[in-house]
Design a protein around this ligand. Structure first.
Ligand SMILES: [Zn+2]
Ligand SMILES: [Zn+2]
Length: 313
């Protein structure tokens, strides 16, 4: 099962010619989940060949413009391209009236159902329960109500080793029970342990998007067990005071949180870089002094969740 994230925008508040505000696409099999939608997201989608029609779910972390100013444009394009499939938006409650006003002032009637899922309370909760994935939100510590999102694979069934099952005389009709972990009892009463006939499923994979936030150790509980964590590093460590003033994090803070939450497993992806910095390599270098498995969120790059690691598109 393909599980990855593609970066569309890696900058913070002010767009620059070569760095767009926050947006990324989580890919799971044939589905694409859009996480934040800063200005220019549509342009980045075209550039990196993300098919808009694959997107049925959009997650907006908070209502600072660098995370949603591209949304009304995207919704409008969906409408112009004759979309008929339902679109689900998960976002702080106020966004619903903002969108309604924008549509109303343009006398736009949507040709597809738009389901708005209002996030009102700063608490961890499951917001989408899909066949293979569970998606939940959790509060981060920012200047306004802000949510991170967790994409977690559902546990898969055990894998039947057909050769061994045949040798043991297990009828094919019982394979489903084997997949669910049951032992096989032969007609003569012989118990054949499940573990000798099946292999365990791979560990469910997990991606955690931490949105905008101050350094906050209460996030460890949500981050732990992730294969990949996205954490903002708006500032280098030398600008720690500025980070605290503006409810953002530095490189060393993000890496410290990753180290505390992940130990020696998992990887850290960093983004939301301030426009004051021209070069990004130093962000990666600073983080790696604390958490070696740190990688820059590069626009257009796709990062696999679990292995193999990274692929450029
Ligand atoms: Zn931001
Ligand atoms: Zn913000």
């Amino acid at each position: 099962m393909h599980f990855s994230v593609t970066i569309l925008g890696n900058n913070s508040a002010i767009p620059s010619p070569d760095r767009f505000p926050t947006s990324q696409v989580v890919n799971y099999e044939n589905q694409a989940f859009l996480v934040d939608c800063g200005e220019g997201t549509q342009i980045q989608m075209s550039k990196f060949r993300i098919r808009k029609s694959r997107i049925d779910h959009i997650f907006i972390s908070h209502l600072h413009g660098d995370h949603y100013f591209g949304l009304i444009g995207l919704i409008n394009s969906f409408n112009l391209s004759q979309r008929t499939e339902a679109l689900h938006i998960y976002a702080p409650a106020e966004l619903e009236s903002i969108l309604q006003l924008q549509l109303q002032c343009a006398a736009t009637t949507l040709q597809f159902p738009l389901h708005f899922h209002a996030l009102r309370y700063p608490q961890h909760q499951v917001i989408a329960d899909l066949p293979n994935l569970t998606i939940s939100c959790f509060p981060t510590r920012h200047r306004i109500l802000c949510f991170g999102f967790i994409f977690e694979e559902k546990p898969r069934k055990r894998h039947v080793i057909a050769e061994k099952a045949q040798q043991a005389g297990v009828p094919v009709s019982f394979y489903k029970n084997l997949q669910n972990g049951e032992d096989y009892i032969s007609p003569t009463g012989n118990v054949i342990p499940n573990a000798s006939l099946t292999l365990p499923p791979p560990k469910p994979r997990k991606y955690c998007y931490c949105a905008d936030t101050l350094y906050d150790e209460s996030l460890i509980t949500y981050i732990s067990g992730s294969d990949l964590v996205y954490h903002e590093t708006t500032y280098l460590q030398q600008d720690l005071n500025r980070a605290v003033e503006r409810y953002h994090s530095t490189t060393i803070q993000a890496a410290t949180l990753a180290r505390k939450a992940l130990g020696n497993s998992g990887k850290l992806l960093i983004g939301h870089f301030s426009s004051r910095y021209e070069h990004l390599e130093v962000f990666e270098a600073e983080c790696r002094t604390v958490f070696p498995e740190t990688y820059l969120a590069i626009q257009g790059a796709t990062y696999f969740i679990g292995t193999p690691w990274k692929e450029r598109i």
